[in-house]
Design a protein around this ligand. Sequence first.
Ligand code: NAD
Length: 511
Amino acid sequence: MASPIDVPALLRRLGIDSESTNAGAYDGAFTHGDGGELVSHSPADGARLASVAQATRDDYERSVRTGLETFDRWRMLPAPQRGEVLRQIAEALRASKDDLGALVSLEMGKVLSEGLGEVQEMIDIADFGVGLSRQLYGLTMHSERPQHRMYEQWHPLGTVGVISAFNFPVAVWAWNAFIAMVCGDVALWKPSEKTPLSALAVCHIIDPVLERTGWRGVLNCVIGDVDEVGEPMLDDRRLPLVSATGSCRMGKIVGPRVAARLGRSLLELGGNNAIIVLDDANLDLALVATAFGAVGTAGQRCTSTRRLLVQKGVAAELTERLVKSYSSIRIGHPLEDGVLCGPLIDGDAVTMFTDAVARIRADGGEILCGGSAVDRPGHYVEPTIARVPPDFAFAKDETFAPILYVMEVDDLDHAIRVNNDVPQGLSSAVFTDSMRAAERFLSHAGSDCGIANVNIGTSGAEIGGAFGGEKETGGGREAGSDAWKAYMRRQTCTLNWGDDLPLAQGVTFDV
Ligand code: NAD
């Protein structure tokens, strides 16, 4: 079916021309790269949206140089004034929220309320960054030496490389770039090749603000092939930090490569998130949280619920209610009212889904509902529930699709063991009315994930907390709390205001 909105008009409002090839690099100026045409199609119906002229290694070089030159000036601007530039970016995003949210839905496939929610997340982190610009605190310590003062302060790092995934095509960049810029860094963005237009639209939204404030060159972007603009970041000593969001496969390349030059990486990788439902849980809450977590964004969130670990006493009832609720979930174009499940990102993702279902069946799992691709233009699949034993080996892999494994567990201890028995460690949740069970789940002997929730599902984090996960999820933390420290370097300073030079630890050195 045709798109419910006038797509060329939407793109035009966001600075994108659907008729001709658009710039693929932005470093204060928009440049058409020589890296070939990258066409973006909507996963909703396969329609061509627009194309970009991909950036090459030369564009990458130019953008890095622009960033370095800008950094020399930007780091000298007081942090609250950097925050003021970000405040104006937040205003620009507010003005474009509806359009950018719609484009994210069209290009990535998430339903409109989630597309709008993603832009709201950008606005939220911008607002957070504005406040943070007055709170980049360091500690003071008591020196052991008389008439000495010791304290620590935080300095900007330089250029931060930001590699982002397709499933959050704009918000993840904002988490990184907005905090980095407030910290005094400049950011160079390599967006996903699957969502180039969303990135380009963001550049068009922020450009007038950067121009007006005189700060073009602080936020730069290269849309291009991994070989041309992705991998160069990994080996580039001019980028002290590379923040990379994506699959564990990608993280296993990025981490060692950046480490080989003793650079820093901040890795936000795959998840395999479980909701535990105990016998005493409020099943109404658990049902909605599980359905949203498993089906929202068509199962393409890093925090999507992939495993439901349900205690024996409520397993049959909850499973039956879930299967029933799945039958009322409308699959369809993400911009259509009432649709809860949009498409997967592309044909490969559909193949991955059907292969996974075949593997589940072959390994003895029982498909309770769904399990097929949907026969219509676009890349749609049915939300799927599979009943499998708790030690089902294939469930340890992240399949980036709406497949929920239901596993029956004996008790909380058993559930925690199963929760933790996967390579990834991003998000987790327990549903229970028992304070003791909740505290046990949250304790150091409980969930081993970076996110642990009680009576809330695994997906839909707020920006105020530090976001990220353990084990193969990569260990990085982004967004709120003190995650800003990853974008700065710490300096410990000791000042002597006395007439003597006492040495630490009572050491003497008389000359
Ligand atoms: P992906 O790993 O295929 O790609 C992510 C990004 O990495 C893209 O921009 C891609 O071009 C780039 N990339 C890939 N190989 C690279 C290399 N060798 N050098 C430099 N860049 C490289 O992931 P995807 O399919 O876009 O996204 C889905 C995955 O991302 C899922 O596993 C999901 O769980 C994960 N994810 C994690 C988080 C988190 O915060 N933990 C958030 C969103 C997505």
